[in-house]
Design a protein around this ligand. Structure first.
Ligand code: PLP
Length: 387
């Protein structure tokens, strides 16, 4: 292929990419209201692109990544109280690694994980791969009852317990401190999945919105916090913090052919750009920046909740975190979902509540919510006219 035909090929591919990009929904347009993803922040994108060539598994060739990791993890642990940690590709990998660390620590325990029925599906996925069994504790869509959880722990002697600080469908916060006490008492590995709520809960707790805080109380072994959710980093970036260096060693493997001699986590070659992006957003936002963001998001969630409940037939659930499930007394949520999709509104489902779910994310603005409410009212009026 000559230079001019190569140039032409590039121009054609770019034109096609731009066309496809234009057809792809963007968060800032306001229609993506159910996903826990957001527009990555420019400083995170900048850092990601600068370090896009780097492999996080190779901190000898790319020592800057060691610097990013050490500074970021130690900064976060000043607030959350852990000892060590690493960046992973997402909440799923973090949950998987937490269970792996727990499994290797408690060889004498049963090959069982105990988790409330509200825990994320990635726990089942991890156990499917690791060959363990998940025993679910019924919650009736409430934060788990520590007494009931303790009964299960004593009966099944699991190698790990997982609770959630910010459940996917409702934003419930399981009581971390009481469960940590039980974990300590029964010598059980406790993982707190804070993939969604990790950056919000400490601030919402301190401002009176929540009953329970999130941190490494004695008895907590690991906490996962996704930055590609409320942290505004490009996908894939989640942080997994451990209370103990041995737990981290349990998720690292020797790799003799590499200069670093080891890789940690499920992936081999890992995105160094995601680590740079997470470091950069943390430097930019810091604890104070995330405090402000969390409070603003919660205010918007309450605004939406109040507006939704003023619409005839709509029942909205009071937000615990900035997640608002809602339903209609006569119209099924599946039908409502389809009608909204036709109008380019992308909501998710809370099947356990038979409801739709809106998640206020860092990009969400009041104007997006007002436009959405107008569309919802139009749909409801039309369906009433049909009847
Ligand atoms: N844990 C919780 C509580 C979640 O809400 C999610 C995703 O929404 C996950 C884990 C999985 O995270 P990821 O999709 O980044 O793997």
């Amino acid at each position: 292929m000559g230079t001019s035909s190569r140039d032409r090929r590039i121009a054609e591919i770019m034109a096609k990419l731009i066309k496809l990009y234009k057809e792809t929904p963007k968060h800032w347009e306001g229609g993506i209201l159910g996903s826990m993803t957001t527009t990555p922040h420019p400083i995170a994108v900048y850092a990601y692109l600068l370090f896009i060539h780097t492999n996080y598994s190779d901190k000898i060739v790319f020592p800057t990544l060691k610097y990013f990791e050490e500074e970021l993890i130690s900064d976060l642990n000043k607030y959350y109280g852990g000892l060590t940690g690493l960046l992973t590709s997402g909440g799923t990998e973090s949950n998987f690694l937490a269970l792996l660390a727990g499994r290797k620590t408690a060889r004498d325990r049963n090959n069982i994980v105990v988790a409330p029925d509200t825990a994320h599906v990635s726990i089942d996925k991890a156990c499917d791969i690791m060959g363990c069994r998940v025993i679910r504790v019924e919650t009736g869509n409430k934060p788990v009852d520590p007494g009931k959880l303790e009964e299960y722990i004593r009966r099944y002697k699991p190698f790990a317990v997982v609770i959630t600080a910010g459940t996917t469908e409702r934003g419930l916060v399981d009581p971390v401190k009481p469960v940590a006490d039980i974990a300590l008492d029964t010598n059980t590995y406790l993982h707190v999945d804070a993939a969604y709520g990790g950056l919000l809960i400490p601030h919402l707790y301190r401002n009176g919105y929540l009953e329970h805080d999130l941190k490494f109380y004695e008895g907590v072994s690991s906490i996962s916090i996704d930055f590609h959710k409320n942290g505004m980093t490009p996908i894939p970036s989640s942080i997994l913090l451990f209370s103990n260096k041995e737990y981290k060693r349990n998720v690292c493997y020797k790799v003799s052919y590499m200069l670093s001699g080891e890789t940690c986590g499920l992936l081999g070659t890992r995105p160094g750009g995601a680590l740079a992006a997470t470091w950069a957003i943390w430097k930019y936002m810091g604890w104070e920046g995330f405090r402000e963001l969390s409070l603003n998001m919660m205010k918007l969630a309450i605004y939406l909740y109040e507006r939704l409940n003023k619409i005839k037939g709509i029942i909205a659930y009071k937000p615990i975190l900035p997640i608002i499930p809602f339903t209609h007394v006569n119209i099924s949520y599946e039908i409502l979902l389809k009608e909204l999709l036709k109008r380019k509104y992308y909501l998710y489902k809370s099947p356990s509540l038979k409801a739709l779910r809106i998640v206020i994310m860092p990009h969400t603005r009041k104007k997006h919510l007002d436009e959405f409410l107008e569309t919802l009212e139009e749909i409801l009026e039309k369906s009433i006219e049909k009847k």
